[in-house]
Design a protein around this ligand. Structure first.
Ligand SMILES: Nc1ncnc2c1ncn2[C@@H]1O[C@H](COP(=O)(O)OP(=O)(O)OP(=O)(O)O)[C@@H](O)[C@H]1O
Ligand SMILES: [Mg+2]
Length: 348
């Protein structure tokens, strides 16, 4: 029996799942935040609010955007556990597609995908991730996508596939790809147009969450306790004073809060630049991807100042990997990729 399945690219990061697919010849992308807790939610009061109650084995979970009991998804085991299965299914439901049979292209942190000693594929980890995503899961009063097959790709480096292919590099060009995500920093060195991945690096201590934590602390001390989602939104929209006033209750604290955020962004930039320089001292190009890319861009421009405009901030850096994986695995190369549609996902 042959099953025809739609191919969907899913960059299932520790804080946000990015999903890209092709619909009516157009590349579409959504970002679905991870925020799950144990047990179920009661039915919503408003009819337009959907409740997502899941069961895996005998354990009940629910999607809860603002819960302070949200389960941690920022450890490596997340890649192979219940929460990953939940996050991927939940994100698929946010695409607005009718649940159907799908083949997924998912990601593993680069240091899980490759053995760091010899840069060979870690088949054991890859198979573990595949099997985890093909497990049984149920949605109360609803239908889920049927995952019939899973392919696994490494994080960071594939995000620059088309950029590299269009950049007239030669077989000796060494490109450093830096993926600054919610909780981890992943880096890889690509030789030529993907002739080889020559080195990989992963650091679980460096990520945007350093800035998020500082923002939450600063907000709390101004009587404005905030969830991760709100703190992240404040970081993104720190130059939008209307938004800042909306979030900060004690207005006299606004300058202090913004300064604390700016300092942490600089600290993150310095930390990434330092690690990048240690890992790849003199690459020919540097590409920045991941949600934190725009935050660290000034620091990397500075650290690799001789490269000038060969330090590149990839457009819509957070979803770059999902988009590239989708285009790379798409059957027909005839779809229209621009203008891109980034569909907003509601918080609740
Ligand atoms: N334009 C932006 N400016 C600042 N921060 C942003 C922007 N876009 C996304 N972020 C932040 O980036 C973080 C998420 O990035 P990303 O989706 O790459 O992480 P992830 O893949 O879930 O994490 P990891 O790769 O560490 O597992 C969030 O903290 C989010 O608020
Ligand atoms: Mg990521």
């Amino acid at each position: 029996m042959t099953v025809s399945a739609l191919t969907i690219a899913v960059d299932d990061g520790s804080t946000n799942v990015k999903v890209s697919w092709i619909e009516n010849n157009q590349l579409k992308t959504i970002v679905s935040p991870n925020s799950f807790r144990k047990d179920w939610k009661s039915a919503a009061l408003r009819r337009d609010k959907k409740v997502y109650n899941y069961t895996i084995g005998t354990t009940k979970y629910t999607y809860d955007a603002t819960s302070d009991k949200a389960l941690e998804t920022t450890h490596v085991d997340y890649q192979y556990d219940d929460l990953n299965l939940l996050a991927v299914h939940h994100a698929l439901l946010q695409t607005g597609l009718e649940p159907c049979a799908v083949t997924l292209v998912v990601t593993l942190p680069i240091t899980e995908f490759y053995n760091s000693e010899d840069c060979q594929r870690n088949e054991e980890n890859i198979e573990k991730k595949r099997q985890n995503l093909m497990r049984e899961i149920a949605l109360n009063k609803g239908e889920l996508f049927n995952i019939v097959d899973v392919q696994v790709m490494p994080e960071s480096v594939p995000a620059v596939l088309s950029t590299l292919m269009n950049s007239s590099c030669n077989e000796f060009t060494r490109s450093l790809v830096v993926d600054c995500g919610g909780t981890t920093l992943d880096m890889g060195v690509v030789v030529g147009e993907f002739d080889d991945v020559s080195a990989v690096y992963g650091n679980k201590e460096i990520g945007v969450s350093m800035v998020t934590d500082a923002a939450r602390k600063a907000l709390a001390s101004a009587d404005s306790d905030a969830s991760y989602l709100v703190a992240n939104e404040l970081i993104k929209r720190r130059n939008d004073m209307d938004f800042v006033r909306e979030v900060v209750n004690d207005e006299s604290q606004i300058d202090t809060i913004l300064t604390k955020i700016e300092n942490k962004i600089n600290e993150l930039g310095s930390a990434v630049a330092h690690e990048a320089k240690k890992f790849a001292k003199n690459p020919n190009r540097v590409y920045l991807v991941g949600g934190g890319a725009s935050l660290i861009y000034p620091a990397l421009l500075d650290a690799y100042s001789t490269l000038g405009d060969r330090v590149v901030l990839i457009n819509d850096s957070q979803s770059a990997l999902a988009r590239e994986l989708c285009m790379y695995h798409a059957d027909e190369a005839t779809f229209d990729v621009s203008p891109e549609t980034l569909v907003e996902v509601a918080d609740d």
